[in-house]
Design a protein around this ligand. Structure first.
Ligand SMILES: Cc1cc2nc3c(=O)[nH]c(=O)nc-3n(C[C@H](O)[C@H](O)[C@H](O)COP(=O)(O)O)c2cc1C
Length: 377
């Protein structure tokens, strides 16, 4: 990145201190500090935590209808799909599964039992439509149960930083994390050096395929928000915040146009950064389903977020790397390679794959306020 900096180093040192302090997109993180207590309705209290679910490209594809007493009806916002990298909406549904699991955990910690009915009116496997993703019924229970994972909701992250290559991930940590991946899915993990080096290479190659396939790269670039004002105006998508990146953007070095140009130095520096990120994986975890129905995808999301919460509770980083699991044509060689490596039977589907390791602390990612995700009467 320093190579990219050039003239902007001057900008940052000459009176850059105040600038640095004001560039944090704190407004996009407000939902993280107001979750819970301020809402009267227990369903809204739970939804105010569920919006912290991991989800592809931080699209936050959820719409919540609270108009039926005691129930939450969850819909997919079909304006928030990723038609290129996620042509069937599989990853979007996984994100909605993550949302449902956080909803359940938050409701239980608040003294409610919840019953989740996934895709109660059926679903198309080809494309997502306006039919409900889930009906969730809330019932008050006596006493407030202990729900340990609840306390990890506000600490959970997808930690996309390079990890410490001097710090191995103990088998006990991988066991504790994968133990949360149950209920209609199977989870797996490896810290075996041969497997890790193979997966580092494979995930890197799949990333290169994605960014060098222009229609895939453009889908991500269109969702990029560079700098505080863009992130706060649209607290979703791929947020590149902080004074350093914002300065590169202002001087025209880090822009959508530059990143779309495979000859540019921004494009090459971006690739280098990703090489480091994928190359510092110290272990991997994954979630597999027997088939690939919409309910399988919801189950995979529910398992993934529990694993992510457990990782947060333990203090180890987890970062989904989905490129090799995608369905578009150019990535198929990587898709088959990773399935040949990690699945046991034909038909099994890897829904999530993530690298594990110890990285620096990272700030929570942007979220739209809960009120903006509610279906109006
Ligand atoms: C189905 C799914 C696929 C994802 N794939 C990737 C990925 O390939 N690369 C990546 O950096 N993050 C990936 N993520 C993580 C999201 O980018 C992340 O959840 C989102 O930006 C919100 O950030 P947070 O999880 O830290 O709250 C994925 C998440 C989900 C649920």
């Amino acid at each position: 990145m320093l190579g990219l900096l050039g003239a902007s180093a001057v900008v940052l040192t000459a009176g850059g201190g105040a600038f640095v302090l004001t560039r944090d997109p704190a407004g996009a993180r407000v939902p993280w500090s107001v979750a819970g207590e301020r809402f009267e309705d227990p369903r809204l209290r739970a939804v105010s935590y569920a919006i912290f679910a991991p989800n592809p490209h931080n699209r936050q594809p959820w719409i919540v209808d609270l108009r039926t007493e005691g129930e939450v009806h969850l819909f997919c916002d079909t304006d928030r799909l990723l038609p290129e990298t996620d042509p069937f909406g599989r990853q979007i549904v996984i994100g909605l599964g993550c949302f449902l699991e956080l909803l359940k955990i938050a409701a239980e910690a608040d003294g409610y039992a919840v019953e989740v009915d996934g895709f109660p009116e059926g679903a198309s496997e080809e494309r997502l439509d306006k039919r409900p993703v889930a009906h969730v019924r809330f019932t008050k229970k006596a006493g407030i149960p202990m729900v340990p994972l609840f306390h990890a909701i506000l600490r959970r992250r997808s930690n996309k930083e390079p990890y410490d290559t001097d710090r191995a991930v103990p088998a006990s940590v991988l066991m504790a994390v994968t133990a949360e991946g149950r209920d209609n899915v199977s989870s797996g993990a490896t810290a075996n050096p041969d497997d890790v080096s193979r997966l580092r290479e494979l995930t890197w190659r799949a990333h290169v395929t994605e960014v060098t396939t222009p229609r895939m790269n453009m889908e991500s670039l269109r969702l990029m928000r560079i700098g505080k004002s863009k992130i706060e105006a649209n607290p979703d998508g791929i947020a590149l915040g902080g004074a350093f990146l914002e300065t590169l953007n202002r001087i025209g070095v880090l822009t959508r146009e530059e990143l779309a140009d495979q000859e540019s130095s921004a494009f090459h520096q971006g690739l280098e950064m990703y090489r480091e990120i994928t190359g510092t994986a110290m272990a991997y975890v994954w979630v597999i389903t027997e088939g690939n129905t919409r309910r399988d995808q919801l189950a995979a999301g529910r398992a993934w977020v529990r694993m992510n919460l457990k990782a947060a509770e333990i203090g180890v980083g987890l970062h989904p790397l989905s490129q090799s699991l995608q369905e578009y044509e150019e990535v198929q060689p990587h898709f088959w390679e990773v399935h040949a490596m990690l699945t046991k039977r034909p038909g099994q589907r890897i829904q999530m794959l993530g690298r594990v390791g110890y990285g620096p602390d990272v700030a929570p990612s942007p979220r739209w306020p809960v009120e903006t995700r509610l279906l109006e009467a």
